[in-house]
Design a protein around this ligand. Structure first.
Ligand code: NI
Ligand code: MN
Length: 238
């Protein structure tokens, strides 16, 4: 598996079988993502909520690549009205696409479609738990504040191997809350996101990794630069 951070909350995951998953594909208006949207390929696109910094270029990429879009019911209806087929789902549900399981889980945030002339309701914000072909579980928290199901449901029931958590503050958790969330989720590896894209979410990721060291010393923090990739490997446990 390979994970590439495209800046902000945008990630590309390429599975062992070569399936390309894009999460929150904010590319062309993303000041820290310097690759053109034309260079982005995808089989599956996940959209956590309707805000423009997450919905991003989903429509253009889906049109170009034929990728399947997985998102909440309301955003799937919006996409349908734009002539794009999307798979609608809701909190707690899973769908399989290309041998990979996508579970939509909770996030505490909002989800208006904020880039149309009139603000449109975009359902509820979500996070995604992605279970790859080999069983590796990747949790993308979307935009969220702290909430106890990060521990009680996501940590205890789903047990992700890798978690991406927002640390930018103002619109989401800040570094301290995100480190608490990391302790609750208890992944093997955590990747901070949703920071240093704009001045409003300026943040030092080392402050986050230091909190993680204190609160959850067993968790490794991986600070990526925009467009940097990693290929995490884990020992299989029974
Ligand atoms: Ni948002
Ligand atoms: Mn956001």
């Amino acid at each position: 598996m390979e994970i590439r951070w495209l800046g902000h909350s945008a990630f590309e995951i390429i599975s062992e079988e070569g399936v390309k998953i894009l999460i929150d594909p904010f590319i062309s208006n993303n000041p820290v993502c310097t690759i053109p949207v034309e260079d982005i390929d995808a089989d599956i696109i996940c959209i956590t909520h309707g805000h423009s910094d997450h919905f991003g270029d989903a429509m253009e990429i889906a049109n170009k690549t034929g990728a399947v879009i997985l998102t909440n019911h309301e955003i799937s209806l919006f996409l349908g009205n734009q002539g794009i087929d999307a798979v609608g789902m809701n909190i707690g549900g899973s769908v399989f696409a290309k041998g990979i399981k996508f579970t939509m889980l909770d996030a505490k945030h909002s989800s208006s479609i904020d880039f149309t002339e009139e603000l449109t309701t975009g359902g509820n914000p979500a996070s995604f738990l992605i279970t790859l072909e080999d069983g590796t579980k990747v949790f993308h928290a979307g935009d969220t504040g702290l909430f106890s199901d990060l521990q009680n449901v996501i940590g205890k029931l789903y047990k992700p191997d890798i978690a991406m958590v927002p640390i930018g503050d103002r619109f989401t958790m800040g570094p301290f809350e995100a480190a608490l969330a990391t302790m609750w989720i208890s992944p093997k590896l955590v990747i901070p996101m949703h920071y240093n894209t704009f001045p409003a979410v300026a943040q030092d990721p080392v402050v986050f990794s230091n909190f993680v060291k204190q609160l959850a010393p067993a968790v490794e923090t991986l600070i990526l630069n925009p467009l940097e990739s990693c290929a995490p490997k884990f020992e299989k446990e029974e």
